[in-house]
Design a protein around this ligand. Sequence first.
Ligand SMILES: Cc1cc2nc3c(=O)[nH]c(=O)nc-3n(C[C@H](O)[C@H](O)[C@H](O)COP(=O)(O)OP(=O)(O)OC[C@H]3O[C@@H](n4cnc5c(N)ncnc54)[C@H](O)[C@@H]3O)c2cc1C
Length: 314
Amino acid sequence: MLKLEDNFPLKNITTLQIGGPAKKFVAVKTQEDLIEAIAYAKNNQIPYLIIGGSSNLLIADEGVNGLVIKNEISGIESISHLGGVTLKVKSGTILQDVVDYAINHNLAGLEKLTKIPGTVGGAVYGNAGAYGQTISDHITRVVILSEAKNLKTLTKSKCKFGYRNSIFKKNKYPIIEAAFQLETGNPENLQMAAKAVAWKRFVKYPPGLKCPGSFFKNLVAADIPEEILKNIPPEKIVYGKLPAGALLEEVGAKGQSLNGIAISDRHANLFINQGTGTAQAFYNLAKTYAQKVKEKFGITLEPEVQLINLPPFS
Ligand SMILES: Cc1cc2nc3c(=O)[nH]c(=O)nc-3n(C[C@H](O)[C@H](O)[C@H](O)COP(=O)(O)OP(=O)(O)OC[C@H]3O[C@@H](n4cnc5c(N)ncnc54)[C@H](O)[C@@H]3O)c2cc1C
């Protein structure tokens, strides 16, 4: 039996601590409950939205006029074979739990994703990554729930992973499970890599910071037209990307604030709720500085954070 809640305050669960009420809300722990929740939305002709850890969301102050389904279907299954180990991970599993599992079993390939908040489903949806590693690097298959309510397995190439992108951003199919093929790594190296990343992240995102991670996507250097790229100092390109923060810094974003939303004075792509911020103030501040970047560099910044019930940026 589903435990549906009315007018659930979404700001209580987003890392940004912003977001109006969901008309209906339910947390699901099994696949059957997920199917039942989707059926409920369809039968009542209301839209539904599946969320994980709510760590990459900017939800309108008006909230969501539909059913928000919080995915808590979790579990890790390990299968050993000649090529290494396959981890079959349910999409509501906390990403850090998988990272820890891999490190504790001397499996390489996920360690630099340490401390990225949220679930495996959210990470697959946005192809989350950090420090040169992405969630899709070792994915072999993703299981989704198709329109016919059947489970469907997509091979990696069908997932169309790109920089912070995947087919799931287009088709919105519920992600149920992801399979990772991992090889044995050196335990000390894995621990050290994860520790180094954890420290950098601790400094960038002190505990309790109310934010949704970086707001804008970085730019793939190879995709930037030559006439624009020639005006960018080469040392600004990191891991083949031009950080959006570098452009925002050039237009004076660092340290700015508006109605309870501040832009970090250390990272110009980090927008923080100071406690009283609203989604509208966040949106307006981000849009102002995106426009300044457009005017100065001719580059259109695209949000990495998912805008819920807010107009698209461009
Ligand atoms: C402090 C901080 C640091 C961060 N650092 C990074 C970083 O280094 N790299 C990075 O890539 N991101 C980073 N992020 C952003 C965020 O943590 C990631 O995008 C994360 O993968 C989102 O997962 P989630 O479960 O919270 O997704 P949510 O925010 O809940 O949802 C994000 C999107 O995924 C969709 N979705 C979620 N689950 C499913 C599912 N099962 N099926 C279909 N769609 C689904 C939602 O509908 C939504 O559109 C950071 C965020 C914070 C707060």
